[in-house]
Design a protein around this ligand. Structure first.
Ligand SMILES: Cc1cc2nc3c(=O)[nH]c(=O)nc-3n(C[C@H](O)[C@H](O)[C@H](O)COP(=O)(O)OP(=O)(O)OC[C@H]3O[C@@H](n4cnc5c(N)ncnc54)[C@H](O)[C@@H]3O)c2cc1C
Length: 350
């Protein structure tokens, strides 16, 4: 197919949640959609916690590893605070693949192993060929090629590492979150149960002199969380997520940014799956309106809709992010955590 010119209404870079949800919506309305995915399969690094705040129906083929009903947040001195929370821990590749299959069923075409390489107005070059699309969506994650082709700055990030552990006894139905600058400077450690004797344990950090894996190893070795259990590491991933909040502009003529490429992960929690799904739905709706009216100016509505949805919560989260970053020692973190973490009432007060 090299050099073959095809015509699409929409070309989407990235088969993550933002890309596949956009693709399903637009293809479902009868338009021609191509998704270009860099990898041979879905494999975004992630802990896979999905809160049910947006009442998303999990796709049938998605592997649910545990149901979550609460979050336990640990202060640096290991005092803790319990909070009711409802959601699921999913196997992330199966979640993404189920959304990609849904997009295909709706009529979208996905080209795997086909990274986007260049955009020139409506012409798109990818590894393996060229094609044309009226509208282009950059849903290509935190290190978005689309954003860099638009000349946008790289985003502020948290770097993360996570093991899947066997031979542990995690708290049932509970997401455990640990704050301690020795193990997670500018971030936190998470333990999400995936079974009676297994859990995902990970860390995200925004500052510090060591790699996230080194921080995670020392947490597992030294912390009380595992009580000296003989833990077996059965999986390892590493990745990054944006912490700088929404990009100022999300629409550039016929190009839209959705999900992590647009900075849609929460600057404090790092959660970005739900926002990526919401962005995909809004991008889909706006693109259909623009195609139906044959008016590309209608795409600007997407930015307004996203800002209406995420503007206020993200402004709050960014202010908290700044203050979290200023907690450079455990004394400060111990004192200020209730104002700075979502599980406390104080977070929502000011
Ligand atoms: C370790 C870790 C743990 C996390 N845990 C959670 C969690 O528990 N809950 C939560 O809500 N969020 C979590 N997140 C954040 C979450 O993973 C992201 O916010 C979410 O994946 C964003 O979805 P997206 O569709 O925008 O991008 P992605 O899921 O990153 O998808 C982007 C896709 O684009 C592809 N791509 C990249 N470059 C190109 C290119 N040039 N051409 C074509 N395709 C390309 C990628 O291969 C990928 O498939 C975590 C992140 C990390 C790193």
């Amino acid at each position: 197919m090299s050099g073959h010119i095809a015509e699409y209404d929409v070309i989407i870079a990235g088969a993550g949640p933002a890309g596949s949800v956009t693709a399903a919506a637009v293809a479902g309305a009868g338009y021609r959609v191509l998704v270009l995915e860099k990898n041979a399969t879905c494999r975004s690094p992630c802990a896979g916690y999905i809160s049910n705040t947006i009442n998303m129906e999990l796709p049938d083929d998605c592997v649910v590893q545990s149901k979550i009903t609460g979050m336990r947040t640990y202060f640096p001195d290991l005092a803790f605070h319990d909070f009711e929370l409802n959601g699921f821990v999913v196997d992330r590749p199966s979640f993404d693949m189920a959304l990609a299959k849904k997009a295909e069923k709706s009529g979208a075409r996905i080209k795997w192993d086909s990274p986007l390489m260049d955009i020139n107005s409506c012409e798109v070059r990818f590894q393996g060929g060229n094609t044309h699309g009226k509208i282009i969506v950059g849903a290509d994650g935190v290190f978005s090629k689309t954003a860099s082709l638009l000349g946008l700055e790289r985003q502020k990030i948290a770097v993360c590492a996570q093991y899947h552990l066997k031979g542990v006894k995690p708290m049932r139905n509970t997401a455990e979150i640990f704050f301690n600058v020795d193990y997670a400077p500018g971030g936190y450690v998470w333990i999400y149960p995936t079974g009676e004797e297994s859990a995902k344990a990970g860390v995200g950090v925004t500052i510090g002199s060591k790699t996230p894996r080194e921080y995670l190893d020392s947490f597992i070795r030294e912390s009380h969380a595992f009580g000296g259990l003989d833990v077996k590491k059965t999986g390892y991933i590493t990745g990054a997520l944006p912490t700088g909040g929404l990009r100022e502009k999300l629409v550039f003529n016929n190009v839209l940014l959705a999900g992590d490429s647009a900075g849609m992960a929460d600057p404090v929690t790092g959660a970005g799956i739900n926002n990526a799904v919401l962005a995909g739905e809004m991008a889909g709706k706006t693109i259909i309106e623009a195609l139906e009216s044959d008016d590309m100016a209608a795409l600007s509505q997407y930015e307004n809709r996203i800002k209406r949805l995420l503007g206020r919560p993200f402004a709050r989260a960014l202010e908290k992010r700044k203050r979290l970053d200023a907690c450079v020692n455990n004394e400060l973190l111990q004192e200020h955590l209730p104002e700075l973490w979502v599980a406390f009432k104080q977070y929502w007060k000011n």
